[in-house]
Design a protein around this ligand. Structure first.
Ligand SMILES: *[C@@H]1O[C@H](CO)[C@@H](O)[C@H](O)[C@H]1NC(C)=O
Ligand SMILES: *[C@@H]1O[C@H](CO)[C@@H](O)[C@H](O)[C@H]1NC(C)=O
Ligand SMILES: *[C@@H]1O[C@H](CO)[C@@H](O)[C@H](O)[C@H]1NC(C)=O
Ligand SMILES: *[C@@H]1O[C@H](CO)[C@@H](O)[C@H](O)[C@H]1NC(C)=O
Ligand SMILES: *[C@@H]1O[C@H](CO)[C@@H](O)[C@H](O)[C@H]1NC(C)=O
Length: 430
């Protein structure tokens, strides 16, 4: 009995020791007044705002919504994303602030450069999905040596990429897609960021120049995980031969012509997007650990190699739609056991549909607008996951399979344009 009681007292005192139930404020007066005047300078709609509108001067500011302090009461994070903030913004004076998230607001006007020039401890600045516009001044002096993440995606920023982004010694993540930045950028400019993890310059008005030599400084970035350069008017595929860590490579909508260099198949072991280029020649077998492969909208003019399906053993999504593919669909496609999305539409594929029902995870199968002939395999009705099917505009014939749970749900839009096909849902009887 007494053992139990003393254990209980011990536990209670431990609990009190670890979680002091005190009401004294952790937030310093200067932090509180900085935040309060920052808030007063902001315009926000109290309707969508569920953080700023609840700030209360009689509470500890470390407890305010969106505010995070460390143990010592230093204000380290301010997350006012998606809080209905409109118009311009001037930085709060917060020496210890490491993370500032203002994404998904309606910030407009010029780039708020004080966020970079007056926060000496800043490590992450998120301003994505706002309406910031105009050019960014070239010679901004970034106050923090430790800025490691900068995300300005999806604004309306214009003009050349500002100089300062090439001078961020600690940068790991740099995302600038979906703006109107102009001019040309040489990837080697990022070559000195030895720890760079993610770079995204997609969908601007930039011309990105790649050094194709494997000795280029960009090609030696060993930690690069994600590289997105979609719609960057690139003429040459950058040399990424040594980038063993690269998991996402998006080079879609560029101006690559001719054949894909062979080394590209040893990188990009997660997502490989080479869609919307003018790639020609052999359709290369993807690297074995790839999960998503998009080769659509190219001009290969060749056929899918016979063993192609064996290389898709971990692939979840494969598209080579609208890419001038000829020949037949190789039977090896049945070995792509994890395949969920397969799009071979709008090519010149001929011969039978070789699927034998082994692709048991298939959710979407688009074979429309080709020259496929023969019957629709009965085995497709055994694929319980199949939610979308399109075999329209081919040369298929015979009775449409009627079994399984999925086939009866497909409309005639899945089968139209095949003169020889008959049976429901088509009106032609067999
Ligand atoms: C601020 O907090 C105090 C103490 O918790 C409370 O009495 C007061 O009503 C609050 N003010 C507003 C505007 O919410
Ligand atoms: C920058 O980061 C280093 C290493 O984490 C740290 O020692 C230093 O205090 C940081 N500088 C500032 C201004 O926060
Ligand atoms: C880029 O500029 C063009 C032409 O001024 C404009 O139509 C387009 O909406 C702009 N795009 C963005 C993302 O600001
Ligand atoms: C894209 O940049 C070029 C010059 O590099 C310019 O002439 C053109 O107007 C820009 N387009 C848009 C939409 O801003
Ligand atoms: C199948 O593709 C054809 C041709 O692109 C299209 O007209 C039809 O609507 C598609 N069917 C379905 C079910 O999406």
């Amino acid at each position: 009995m007494s053992v139990k009681i003393s254990t209980c007292i011990l536990l209670v005192s431990l609990f009190l020791g670890l979680h002091p139930i005190t009401t004294s404020s952790r937030c310093t007066d200067s932090q509180k007044s900085s935040l309060w005047s920052f808030k007063n300078d902001l315009k926000f709609d109290s309707e969508p705002s569920f953080k700023l509108s609840t700030w209360n001067l009689s509470m500890d500011c470390c407890e305010w919504w969106g505010v995070t302090c460390d143990e010592a009461g230093h204000l380290t994070e301010l997350s006012l994303n998606d809080d209905g903030i409109t118009g311009g913004i001037t930085s709060p004076h917060l020496k210890s602030l490491k993370l500032l998230n203002l994404a998904y607001n309606l910030l407009s006007g010029n780039f708020p450069e004080s966020l970079l020039t007056s926060l000496p401890s800043l490590e992450a600045l998120y301003l994505f999905n706002n309406k910031l516009s105009g050019p960014i001044r070239k010679d901004i002096r970034v106050a923090s040596y430790n800025l490691s993440a900068l995300d300005l995606s999806n604004n309306r920023l214009q003009g050349p990429l500002p100089e300062f982004i090439f001078k961020l010694p600690s940068i790991l993540t740099l995302k600038l897609p979906g703006n109107n930045f102009t001019g040309s950028v040489n990837l080697d400019g990022f070559g000195k960021f030895k720890n760079l993890y993610e770079l995204d310059l997609s969908y601007n008005n930039l011309t990105v120049i790649a050094n194709t030599k494997k000795s280029s400084s960009f090609s030696s970035l060993a930690k690069l995980d994600t590289l997105r350069l979609a719609s960057c008017k690139m003429q040459k595929i950058p040399n990424l031969k040594n980038q063993a860590s690269l998991r996402t490579l998006d080079l879609s909508d560029n101006r690559f012509k001719g054949e894909i260099p062979n080394w590209i198949w040893s990188v990009g072991n997660g997502v490989l997007d080479l869609s919307s280029n003018k790639l020609k020649g052999d359709i290369p077998v993807p690297p074995s650990e790839v999960i998503i492969v998009d080769f659509s909208n190219n001009k290969f003019g060749s056929s899918i190699p016979a063993d192609f399906g064996n290389a898709l053993s971990f692939v979840v999504s494969f598209s080579i739609s609208n890419s001038k593919v000829t020949g037949v669909i190789p039977g090896s496609i049945n070995n792509a056991r994890f395949l969920r999305f397969l799009d071979l539409s709008s090519n010149s594929l001929a011969g039978p549909i070789p699927l034998d029902g082994s692709t048991q995870s298939l959710e979407s199968l688009d074979l429309s607008v080709n020259k496929l002939s023969g019957r629709i395999p009965e085995q497709l009705t055994n694929i319980m996951t199949l939610e979308f099917l399109n075999v329209s505009y081919n040369r298929l014939s015979g009775k449409i399979p009627q079994g399984g749970a999925r086939f009866p749900t497909f409309s005639k839009l899945s089968f139209e344009g095949n003169k020889g096909l008959c049976g429901p849902p088509l009106s032609k009887t067999c």
